[in-house]
Design a protein around this ligand. Sequence first.
Ligand SMILES: [Zn+2]
Ligand SMILES: [Zn+2]
Length: 345
Amino acid sequence: MVQTMLAARLHGPGELRMDSIEIPLPKPDEVLIKVHRTGICGTDLHIVKGNFPAPNLPLTLGHEFSGTIVEVGSGVSSLAVGARVVADINIACGTCDFCRKGAKLFCPAVRQLGVHDAGALAEFIVAPAQNIYVLPESISLDSAAYVEPLACAIHGQDRIAIQTGETVLIIGGGPMGLAHAALAKLQGAAQIIVSEPDSHRREIAFQMGADITVDPINENLDAILKSKTNNIGPDVVIEAVGSIPTYEASVALVRRGGRILAYGAAPQDANMQLRPFDIYAKELTIVGSYAGTYDTWPRAINLIAAGRFNPSLIVDTIRPLSEAIAAITSLENDRSIVKIHIQIP
Ligand SMILES: [Zn+2]
Ligand SMILES: [Zn+2]
């Protein structure tokens, strides 16, 4: 008898359905994972709205997850049923020029679980054994569902390389901006300023390590930055919103010789006003950060396991799988919730 499971699947732009589908079987060198928790992410909404390419429909969403191995495919010898795990969602060919350079995110054939291949807003997911990280005892499956976004934030931090004593402006106090505040603190930033219109998110920003928070709607962000930096502006700006006005503000606000981390995912076809003269005369460094893979995963696990990063400060809402679709669509206009995790019994 075929066994079925529930899965939140995208059938076309804006067309999300809770489907009953066959439980997948692990192919050779794959494992089947019983999903414990899956994070709902802004990227999910981008995919649903068609702002982010999702070539293989119908697609089970969900790329931030933890779970337990319930079956191993043939050829898998290093992993056992019952292991508590997370999976690096990035699957690449392993042989192209980028893969051989250790840059598998740029592999022309790269696939991400929950973006290109079936994700974890479902009761079960299959993943390649080589992408699996077995969790240490000291990290709960609840917290482990935050490993993927934290790995992404760590990659961004690697790219921008905050120096001890620098002033960092983070634009956006969503789940990723908040993670960047905590990581900037761990890097030894002297001042961490978070710009965020929502007061609840500003409160959490303090708990995550922000020294100053600014409501950019009702306060003068530029003037506050100047007053805190001897009139020169922040050394580093992390754009963690993905909107054009905040990207343009990043260029205007960063100090001369400063660095900008382009972290927020803007719509694929959006354009911003950028004067090349500003890049030239301010000697700007603008770096992008797309996703976390390779060693950012075990580093994220280590940070959470050691208690240096506490996802439960960010994850403020837990919902059942039956509410996954409502959870994704709520991202559009409900800013009262910071981060939803879907718990699968
Ligand atoms: Zn995500
Ligand atoms: Zn490749």
